[in-house]
Write a protein of this length. Structure first.
Ligand code: AMP
Ligand code: ZN
Ligand code: FE
Ligand code: FE
Length: 275
């Protein structure tokens, strides 16, 4: 087995640590290949790459694009040209829509009598804004005790502060990564409720499934390894680490040597490779 991490977040989106702190931590826990995959931004990548120099861990840039699907369908991207102007302007648009979503969430929460503002939420993120920042603002005010509690009480479907995500469709996200020279993997596949379009995504360029997700049981891993095998896809592995004091996750996951090898071979075929 190999220790890797193809999925993690910094404070440029909804993580707690800086990209440099993550690179140092990745080395400390013995990771071989580490990817920073912030939500809808690549702004943390230069700092991560710089901090990765001269370490035993290889540090790479990636992304996680949140789609418009309400079942948390997120697409991970690797090996793309993160300086591509088209790619960057699409991300900017997704982040703009995230602000609109947070404005709607705030209006709902204020309608519930909560004293909360967009400005104080905006101050909690370096760049990408999302529900976790709303949760953090509620926690700071003592309205809830944790991010998790904020999600459960206010921010999930059916709860008073919920607004559907306004990101791209899954196909748009996959094509965007492909058009920038990279390849896409389906993040935390167990959150998906609707698989009816899966064959279309594969046809249009989805190349991997995150079978080795930190919270997956052996049974779930086997199920998604089989889904990947039957569609000729790669499997990927990630911790979805957001840093303390969020969810109790740790950096790094164990994957079979072959999973790591096939993934790195695919990455090496990206042109131009900017990871
Ligand atoms: P958003 O991008 O605004 O839709 O928020 C999605 C992010 O919120 C995910 O990527 C997770 O980091 C986080 N998240 C989702 N559900 C929960 C939960 N139940 N508790 C804590 N964090 C969550
Ligand atoms: Zn996140
Ligand atoms: Fe995700
Ligand atoms: Fe994530």
């Amino acid at each position: 087995m190999k220790k890797v991490d193809f999925h993690s977040h910094s404070r440029f989106s909804d993580g707690i640590l800086s990209p440099a702190e993550l690179a140092a931590k990745a080395e400390a826990v013995g990771i071989e290949d580490y990817f920073l995959t912030d939500h809808d931004t690549v702004s943390g990548i230069p700092e991560a790459l710089e901090a990765g120099e001269g370490r035993t861990v290889s540090v790479h840039g990636g992304i996680e694009i949140n789609t418009n699907r309400t079942d948390q369908l997120h697409i991970l991207g690797y090996g793309f040209d993160w300086r591509s102007p088209d790619f960057l302007s699409s991300l900017e648009e997704f982040r703009r829509r995230r602000v609109l979503r947070v404005e709607k969430i705030v209006a709902r929460l204020r309608g519930q009598g909560l004293d909360i503002s967009v400005d104080e939420i905006q101050a909690l993120s370096y760049e990408t804004l999302g529900r976790p920042h709303v949760a953090d603002a509620l926690r700071r005010k003592g309205i809830v005790r944790s991010r998790k509690a904020a999600f459960e009480r206010y921010l999930t479907p059916g709860k008073p502060g919920y607004e559907a995500p306004m990101g791209p469709s899954p196909l748009e996200a996959i094509r965007l990564i492909r058009d920038a020279g990279g390849f896409a993997s389906l993040a935390h596949p167990n959150t998906l409720c609707d698989w009816s379009e899966f064959e279309v995504w594969v046809k249009e360029g989805l190349e991997g499934i995150e079978a080795y997700y930190y919270s997956h049981s052996i049974g779930l891993i086997n199920r998604f390894v089989e889904t990947a095998r039957s569609h000729g896809l790669l499997t990927t592995g990630g911790s979805d680490y957001h840093g303390p004091p969020g969810r109790e996750t740790r950096l790094g996951v164990e994957v079979p040597d072959e999973v790591h090898g096939r993934f790195m071979e695919r990455l090496a075929r990206c042109s131009p490779c900017r990871s």
